[in-house]
Design a protein around this ligand. Structure first.
Ligand SMILES: NC(=O)c1ccc[n+]([C@@H]2O[C@H](COP(=O)([O-])OP(=O)(O)OC[C@H]3O[C@@H](n4cnc5c(N)ncnc54)[C@H](OP(=O)(O)O)[C@@H]3O)[C@@H](O)[C@H]2O)c1
Length: 356
C-alpha cells in the first residue's frame, strides 16, 4: 500500500517532536514535510531535538525544518497535516489548510468547541468522527478538521469513560499536577518552576469542564449533545518533565461500588481502536496500578504496549472506595496520549473509515 503523505505544522515544538517520533517509521503514513516558523527554517531535526529517549533514523534526523506554507504543502501533495501550533495561529492556518483539501489532526484549542468539529479520543467517541462529513457541507471544506483534547482532560476522560458507562454520577472533582512540557518549549523559566508549584494555568480549568462534556457526549448524526456532567478542577503546574497526574473524587449515586468491581471496570475497558488493532492503539487504554505509590510521572508516563503505543495508556492507581465516594489518581503522558499520539491514532481511525 502507498503510504499517505503527511506534514507536521509546528514540528519543532514539544508536541511537534512527538509527532516526528511517532511518524518516522509509521506503517501507513509518511512524513514528507516538517514545518515551523521562519526562526527555525533550515535547521535539521537532529539540531533542535529535545527528546533524549527517542533515536531518530538517519533520514529523519537530517530532515530540514521549512517555513510553514499551505501552498507548499499543496504542492507537495500532502494529504494529512498534524497540527501542533499555538491556538491563535492554528485558528487561521487550519481553516486555510482544510479549505485547500488537507485533513487536519490538530492539538490546538482553536476549533475544539465548534459544533461540527469533533474532539476525538477514539476509545471514547469513535462515532464522533462522522461529524466531519457535515464540515464539508457547512463550510465547503475539501478537507476537514479533527481535534484532540486538552492534555489534562484527555487523561481524565479516558479514566471516566468506563465509569460513566457503569455508574451514575454528575460531579467530578479533580486536582491536577501538570508537567512543565505541557507549557510548550521553553515553557516556564526554570527559576520560577524549580522547587515550586504554580496554582494557575490560564484557561485550563474551563477547558477541562467544557471539553469533558463534549468528549463524553452523544453524537446523534447531526449534533454532539454534551453529557450532563460537571468537572470541578484545580489545575497546578509542578516541576515534573512529562506526564500530568490527576487526583479524582466522584460521589457515586445509588448502590455503593466495591473496590474489585471498580478495578475490573477500569482494566476491562477497551474501544474501537483496540478492536480494529490500529497501529498506535495501546492494548489496554487504562492500566491499573495496585502499588501504594503509583502511578508516578517518572515511572508511568510512558505506559502502553506494543512499542508503538508507549505513552498511549492512561495509568490509574490508589483506587479507594469509601461509602459512595470513589477516589483515584490517573496519569496521562501530556504530549503523547494528551497530544501527538492521540492525533496519530485519530488519523489511523480516519484512514480506516475511508475519510482520507
Ligand atoms: N505541550 C502539551 O502538553 C500539549 C498537549 C496538548 C495540546 N497542546 C497544544 O499543542 C500546540 C503546540 O504546543 P507545544 O507545547 O508543542 O508548543 P511549542 O513547544 O511552543 O511549539 C510551538 C510550535 O509552533 C511553531 N510556531 C510558532 N509560531 C509560528 C509561526 N508564526 N509560524 C509557523 N510556526 C510557528 C513553533 O516553531 P518555532 O520553533 O520555529 O518557533 C513550534 O514548532 C498548542 O496549541 C498547545 O496548546 C500542547
Amino acid at each position: 500500500m502507498n503510504k499517505i503523505r503527511a506534514a507536521i505544522f509546528g514540528a519543532s515544538g514539544m508536541v511537534g517532536q512527538r509527532f516526528v517520533s511517532m511518524l518516522q517509521d509509521h506503517p501507513q503514513i509518511e512524513l514528507i514535510a516538517a514545518y515551523s516558523s521562519d526562526r527555525s527554517r533550515g535547521r535539521r531535526l537532529e539540531d533542535i531535538w529535545k527528546l533524549p529517549e527517542i533515536t531518530l533514523s538517519e533520514d529523519t534526523a537530517s530532515m530540514k525544518l521549512e517555513k510553514l506554507s499551505i501552498n507548499d504543502a499543496v504542492k507537495k501533495r500532502i494529504e494529512i497535516a498534524f497540527g501542533a501550533l499555538p491556538a491563535d495561529l492554528a485558528k487561521q492556518v487550519e481553516i486555510e489548510a482544510a479549505s485547500a483539501g488537507l485533513a487536519i489532526f490538530s492539538n490546538a484549542s482553536a476549533y475544539r468547541m465548534e459544533a461540527d468539529v469533533p474532539i476525538l479520543i477514539p476509545e471514547i467517541n469513535f462515532d464522533h468522527l462522522g461529524i466531519v462529513d457535515l464540515q464539508r457541507e457547512n463550510r465547503e471544506f475539501k478537507g476537514f478538521i479533527v481535534t484532540n483534547a486538552n492534555c489534562s482532560v484527555t487523561g481524565l476522560a479516558v479514566a471516566l469513560k468506563p465509569l460513566v458507562d457503569r455508574y451514575s454520577f454528575s460531579d467530578v472533582h479533580v486536582s491536577t499536577y501538570q508537567a512543565i512540557s505541557g507549557a510548550g518549549y521553553p515553557g516556564i523559566p526554570s527559576l520560577d518552576i524549580n522547587a515550586n508549584c504554580f496554582p494557575f494555568i490560564k484557561n485550563e480549568e474551563e477547558k477541562m469542564n467544557r471539553e469533558a462534556r463534549k468528549i463524553l457526549g452523544e453524537y446523534n448524526g447531526k449534533d454532539i449533545v454534551p453529557r450532563d456532567i460537571e468537572v470541578w478542577p484545580h489545575c497546578v503546574r509542578v516541576p515534573s518533565r512529562d506526564g500530568h497526574l490527576e487526583a479524582v473524587s466522584i460521589s457515586i449515586e445509588g448502590e455503593q461500588p466495591t473496590l474489585e468491581e471498580v478495578v475490573k471496570t477500569f482494566s476491562s475497558f477497551t474501544g474501537m481502536p483496540q478492536k480494529l488493532r490500529l497501529p498506535s492503539a495501546p492494548e489496554k487504554p487504562v492500566i491499573v496500578r495496585r502499588e501504594d505509590d503509583r502511578p508516578q510521572p517518572l515511572l508511568d508516563a510512558m505506559a502502553g504496549s506494543p512499542a508503538r503505543a508507549r505513552g498511549m495508556a492512561v495509568s490509574v492507581g490508589r483506587i479507594r472506595v469509601d461509602r459512595n465516594l470513589l477516589r483515584f489518581f490517573c496519569l496521562v503522558h501530556n504530549t503523547i496520549r494528551g497530544g501527538a499520539g492521540d492525533s496519530v491514532l485519530n488519523a489511523e481511525c480516519a484512514i480506516h473509515e475511508g475519510k482520507i
